[in-house]
Design a protein around this ligand. Structure first.
Ligand SMILES: [Zn+2]
Length: 371
C-alpha cells in the first residue's frame, strides 16, 4: 500500500513537475528573441516569435549588398538589436552602413544605439517628423520604463491574485494569459530599458530617399497617413519586397491616430507597389495582398459608416450603439478570445474614437510633438 501510495505520489509529482516544466518553458521571460528568415538572397527579416505579446517588438529587416548592410528597424530594445547584429555578422563580414527607423515608437528604434557602437560610421535615416519627435519631450516616455514596468507588474500581479481587473471584472483565461506575459517579461524589459539611448537620425527626408549600396538599390518612402505622421516603408524594387513598419501589423492592426479614409489610401499606395513579399511591423510575413485588402475593406467600411452617421447628424451616443465591426472581428481574430483583447484595444477602440471625433467636428490632426 505504501508502495502504491508512493508510486501514485511519484507519478503525481512527475505530472506536476512536468506540468511545471512545460509552464516554465512556455513562460521563459525573454521576449527579445527574433526568428530569422531569408526572404530573398541577402534580404533577412527577424520577427519576434510570440506575437502579439507585451511588450510588442518591431520586426528587424536587413539587406546585404556587396558594399555593406542596410537595416530597416534595427530592434525595439538593445538586447533584441544585439541579436540582430549577431545574425548580420554570421551572414556577412560587411559593415552596417545605414539604419532606417520606420517611425518614432520605441519598439522599432530603442535598439538603434548598439549599431553605432558596433559600426561607428553608420548613418541613421528617418522621416523629418520622426526626427522632430526625437527632439521633443514625447520621446521621453522611455523614462517610464524605469519604474512603470515594475509598477505595472505589481498591479497586474494584484489582478491575478484577486482574479479581477481594474474595473472589478473577473479575469477570463485569455486575460490571465495576457497578464501572465506582462509579469513574465517585466524583469528583462526593465533591465534592458536601462540601456536605451535615444539615437538621433543623421539623414532625414519627407517623401523619398534612395540608398545605393553596391549592387543594390534600396528605396525609403512616405506613402501617407498611418500609425504616426512619419511612417516610412522600405521598398526593394528588384526583389519586390516591402517592409511597412506599423502601417501593417498582423494579426490585428494598429489603428491609432489615423482617420479611416486616409489609412485606406495609404494602404492602397502600398498595394500599388506590386510587392511579392510584405514584411509587417509586427507579425507574420505576407506573400500576397489578402491581409492588406482586408485592412482596406475595414478602413473603408468604418469610413463609410462614419460618413453616413455624419449625414444623419447622429450623436456620439447613437454612434456607439450603431458603429459595427462585426463583419471584421472574426476575420482578424479567428474567434480567439486572446486576439480579441488586442483587436478591442488596438483596432476597434482607436478607430471608434476617430469616428466619434469626426461626429463632434473635431479634426483628426497629425500628432504634434511637444517642444
Ligand atoms: Zn510597433
Amino acid at each position: 500500500m505504501n508502495q502504491k501510495f508512493s508510486t501514485l505520489r511519484s507519478s503525481l509529482l512527475a505530472a506536476i513537475c512536468s506540468g511545471l516544466v512545460v509552464f516554465a518553458n512556455s513562460a521563459v521571460a525573454d521576449p527579445l528573441v527574433p526568428t530569422f528568415e531569408e526572404l530573398a538572397p541577402g534580404v533577412w527579416a527577424g520577427v519576434r516569435k510570440d506575437n502579439p505579446r507585451n511588450p510588442v517588438m518591431g520586426t528587424a529587416t536587413f539587406v546585404v549588398s556587396d558594399k555593406g548592410v542596410v537595416v530597416y528597424d534595427g530592434g525595439g530594445m538593445p538586447l533584441y538589436a544585439e541579436r540582430v547584429i549577431e545574425k548580420i555578422r554570421s551572414v556577412t563580414d560587411k559593415p552596417v552602413t545605414h539604419v532606417a527607423i520606420s517611425h518614432w515608437h520605441g519598439d522599432h528604434n530603442f535598439g538603434t544605439h548598439p549599431y553605432l557602437e558596433a559600426f561607428p560610421n553608420v548613418q541613421v535615416i528617418s522621416h523629418t517628423f520622426t526626427h522632430k519627435v526625437f527632439n521633443s519631450k514625447r520621446i521621453r516616455y522611455i523614462d517610464g520604463y524605469d519604474t512603470g514596468t515594475m509598477e505595472y507588474k505589481e498591479t497586474v500581479e494584484g489582478y491575478m491574485k484577486t482574479g479581477k481587473d481594474r474595473q472589478g471584472d473577473p479575469l477570463t483565461p485569455a486575460h490571465r494569459k495576457y497578464y501572465q506575459n506582462i509579469i513574465d517579461d517585466a524583469d528583462i524589459v526593465h533591465a534592458d530599458a536601462q540601456r536605451v539611448k535615444i539615437t538621433q537620425p543623421t539623414i532625414t527626408f519627407d517623401d523619398k530617399l534612395t540608398i545605393v549600396s553596391g549592387n543594390r538599390s534600396i528605396e525609403f518612402m512616405y506613402l501617407g497617413d498611418a500609425n504616426t505622421a512619419g511612417d516610412i516603408v522600405m521598398w526593394l524594387p528588384e526583389e519586390k519586397i516591402v517592409a511597412t513598419g506599423d502601417i501593417v501589423v498582423v494579426p490585428v492592426p494598429y489603428l491609432f491616430n489615423v482617420p479611416p479614409r486616409k489609412f485606406s489610401m495609404t494602404l492602397q499606395n502600398i498595394n500599388a507597389l506590386g510587392y511579392d513579399i510584405l514584411v509587417p511591423g509586427h507579425g507574420k510575413i505576407q506573400r500576397d495582398t489578402a491581409y492588406v485588402d482586408l485592412l482596406i475593406e475595414l478602413a473603408d467600411s468604418i469610413a463609410d459608416q462614419r460618413d453616413s452617421m455624419l449625414a444623419q447628424g447622429l450623436s456620439e451616443e447613437d454612434a456607439k450603439a450603431k458603429l459595427d465591426f462585426s463583419a471584421f472581428e472574426e476575420r482578424f481574430t479567428g474567434g480567439d478570445p486572446y486576439l480579441k483583447i488586442f483587436f478591442d484595444g488596438w483596432s476597434k477602440g482607436p478607430f471608434s474614437a476617430a469616428v466619434f471625433k469626426a461626429l463632434k467636428g473635431i479634426p483628426m490632426v497629425e500628432i504634434i510633438p511637444e517642444e
